[in-house]
Design a protein around this ligand. Structure first.
Ligand SMILES: [Zn+2]
Length: 444
């Protein structure tokens, strides 16, 4: 069993590393630790996780077959979100057959964000890999004992729903709901408590902050001047927002989910997000399930190594990523990951690949469409015409048909394909959900 003490035993802190031993261990040590944790974990998961036992039995695999990382990668069958939901619906188990302890060991219950379907409840125990990774990331972005930090978090697999873990780093969190309507409290907290870290910003909050500064004339540099680091998540940071936030004097660290197992966040090198390999086994796989080389596009596949309650084993995340396992200039030795998009978002138009983030760069440049709300409309992954449904601000638009023509021409030039732009008001698109949850790709 991975003991709380093992996960939370921090060694002497270096200036940039909360847990220098864990964050900078050589690769052979990372792999030895992973092997040890898998050896301990797999028999327990097989014995207690109804989903894993069913999937492994169907594949003819048992824990005795797995004696090395190579065995694991060659033999262990995959699971995904659909498998968890199907198990949940078939057996009436809210946790989808992944929980391996009884109710008494469940400390909190959270929910997945439901980006690609209905949210799934996630049980958490006394130790939580999300929180361990979070402390390392907060420290690296400037949080130090005695500091206040702002905690504005949206749903994230139930992690960080508790605040006492911040005590391990001597930080005092100011808890504010993650909602643009709470902006007055954020501004007040920034002015009153002078927090060193702002966790976390998202597109809706950046839009609200931009409007706030335009309306009030407050100086963002003054408001944010105590903040050493701010994280950003929910979707990729667009070039326009990156420039805007830089202008406010904020150093932004992009953050994402490491396949629901923990978080992953950029370091000060801003060259990929660090996934913690003592907390998760990270694989980058082609469609056939073979590991791709560093730098090549693959599907992020993760295994929990430090979740004593509901570990995911070879969980295919549907996130397309590139990875690099070379040590980083920040001194950390753990894998760096560059998210590229969702597997289901892959679209080709006239044989050319089109990703939502490439459209975003063009759409957000225009004042009328700067909120960057849009969808690729495609009944099937291969299309002859790129159909973009773009949200616009009617108040900022003099002539909608001129705007549509301008966007059509620009997208056509950028992708060298036929384009159809359909304009709808931002308000209409926001009926589908908050900006970061509007599906970037839709069938109709
Ligand atoms: Zn780094």
């Amino acid at each position: 069993m991975v003991e709380a003490a093992e996960i939370k035993s921090f060694t002497l802190r270096a200036p940039d590393h909360f847990d220098p031993h864990a964050e900078t261990m050589p690769r052979h040590e990372i792999e030895a630790l992973q092997t040890r944790r898998l050896e301990e974990l797999l028999p327990r998961v097989y014995a207690h996780s109804a989903l894993i036992r069913r999937v492994w039995d169907a594949a003819g695999v048992s824990p005795e077959d797995i004696n090395s990382l190579a065995d694991f990668k060659a033999r262990v069958p995959f699971i995904d979100k659909d498998a968890i939901r199907a198990h949940r619906d078939r057996f009436g188990d809210p946790y989808g057959g992944i929980r391996i302890v009884d109710d008494s060991a469940v400390e909190t219950v959270g929910f997945t964000s439901g980006t690609t379907g209905d949210p799934t409840p996630v049980p958490n125990g006394i130790t939580n890999a999300v929180e361990v990774s979070h402390l390392r990331e907060l420290w690296h972005s400037g949080g130090r004992p005695g500091d206040y930090i702002v905690h504005m978090m949206f749903t994230f697999r139930g992690g960080q729903s508790r605040n006492n873990f911040y005590n391990a780093a001597g930080l005092t969190p100011i808890m504010i709901p993650h909602n643009p309507t709470e902006l007055p409290f954020l501004i007040q907290a920034l002015k009153t408590y002078r927090p060193s870290v702002l966790y976390m910003l998202s597109t809706p909050l950046l839009i609200a902050l931009e409007q706030y500064f335009e309306k009030t004339g407050d100086d963002p540099r003054e408001i944010f001047n105590s903040v050493k680091g701010a994280s950003f998540g929910g979707e990729p940071l667009s070039p326009r927002f990156a420039a805007l936030v830089k202008d406010w004097g904020l150093e932004l660290f992009e953050h994402s989910s490491l396949g629901d197992v923990s978080g992953m966040t950029e370091c000060s090198a801003h060259d990929g997000m660090h996934g913690w390999e003592d907390l998760a086994l990270v694989e980058c796989l082609d469609d056939a399930g073979h590991e791709v080389s560093d730098g090549e596009l693959g599907e992020l596949t993760v295994t929990s190594l430090a979740d004593p309650v509901a570990p995911l084993i070879r969980y295919r995340t549907e996130d397309l990523v590139r990875v690099n396992r070379a040590p980083c200039v920040c001194g950390r030795t753990h894998v760096r990951i560059w998210p590229v998009g969702r597997k289901g978002d892959r679209t080709t138009v006239q044989g050319k690949p089109v990703l939502p983030r490439d459209i975003q760069k063009l759409v957000e440049r225009h004042r009328e469409t700067r909120a960057s709300l849009f969808q690729i409309v495609r009944p099937k992954p291969e299309m002859e015409v790129l159909h973009v449904r773009a949200g616009y601000d009617p108040e900022a638009t003099a002539d909608a048909s001129e705007l549509a023509a301008r966007l059509t021409a620009e997208l056509g030039t950028a992708f060298e394909v036929s384009v159809r732009v359909e304009l709808v008001s931002n308000a209409e698109l926001l009926k589908l959900g908050p900006p970061q949850k509007i599906p970037r790709v839709t069938k109709q």
